[in-house]
Design a binder for this molecule. Structure first.
Ligand code: GLN
Length: 286
């Protein structure tokens, strides 16, 4: 029996409901080619696939058709220019979270920050935020102490492995938020769970760890805990930055202001949504 050509295999994937870009990336993965080889695919429309690759590609497409994230199927996700390995033990890093990283880097470059800042990523998951910050600081020849915390030992395995592959030196702590963390930091950044437990969006995210997504009736349970605990671990002048849901900015700013944070403000993500809020801690004793 003839095997499908690249173009035919892609057309079949679309009949399963896959987006064209996803099916192209899955075909490149099945062919063992890098994701930047999409031009190769276009130029090889009429190449026949081997039976084995055709079968493998179909199996990958079926997984995607059930809603499994592309990143889990191919085992990696690009975040802030880094190739991170991910699987179902961790949330897939989202482009929205690059806003939090960029804000962190802006603050770390601002006057008043120590030359060797201490940075904490709470709920690190794949390590995305901590690794992106550590990588950018290293590229700027800047020393820093970066600590990544997660309550999930499984997530820490993924984050550790990403740090090892990228050659980035950081410390990992298994802790529920700041419970087992000691010391004071110049910056605490976190992308905690923030989806309300009854939010219908969770159904579309069922392949990812629920504990990394849902946070109580209003989605603010973990954010409240972090805002409560963070001042005990911030240097005077240190910043707490939090990612949150698209309609939570006002509530998170209120919580920060009530706790005594100053310069409370929010930042927009690329689609223009208030996606992160943060404030500066000035009091010397929390
Ligand atoms: N931004 C993610 C989503 O809505 C949620 C991430 C999170 O809860 N921290 O898909």
């Amino acid at each position: 029996m003839n095997q499908p050509t690249c173009a035919q295999a892609l057309a079949t994937a679309q009949t399963l409901g896959l987006e064209r870009l996803d099916s192209q990336l899955l075909l490149l993965h099945a062919l063992g080619k890098p994701f930047d080889a999409r031009a190769w695919l276009l130029a090889h429309d009429t190449d026949e696939l081997t039976e084995e690759i055709a079968r493998h590609f179909r199996a990958l497409c079926l997984r995607r058709a059930t809603g499994e994230p592309l990143a889990y199927i191919v085992g990696s996700k690009e975040f802030f220019g880094l190739e991170l390995q991910v699987d179902s033990r961790v949330l897939v890093p989202r482009p929205d979270t690059e806003t939090l990283v960029q804000w962190s880097l802006d603050l770390l470059r601002a006057p008043g920050m120590p030359p060797t800042p201490e940075i904490l990523d709470l709920g690190t998951g794949s390590g995305a935020i901590a690794l992106a910050i550590a990588h950018s600081l290293r590229a700027a020849s800047r020393q820093a102490r970066v600590v990544a915390v997660d309550v999930s030992a499984d997530a820490l395995c993924v984050a550790r492995e990403n740090a090892r592959r990228l050659g980035l030196d950081m410390q990992f702590i298994e802790s529920r938020w700041l419970e087992k963390v000691s010391g004071h930091f110049d910056l605490i950044a976190s992308n905690p769970p923030y989806i309300a437990s009854a939010d219908p969006h969770l159904i579309a995210l069922q392949h990812e760890p629920l504990a990394a997504l849902a946070a109580g009736v209003d989605g603010l349970d973990d954010i409240r805990q972090i805002i409560q605990q963070a001042p005990g671990h911030l240097q005077p002048g240190g910043w707490l930055l939090l990612e949150h849901g698209y309609e939570q900015a006002g509530a998170v700013r209120d919580l920060l202001a009530q706790r005594g944070f100053l310069q409370v403000q929010s930042r927009l993500d690329l689609p223009g949504i208030e996606r992160c809020s943060g404030g500066k801690w000035l009091a010397s004793a929390a």
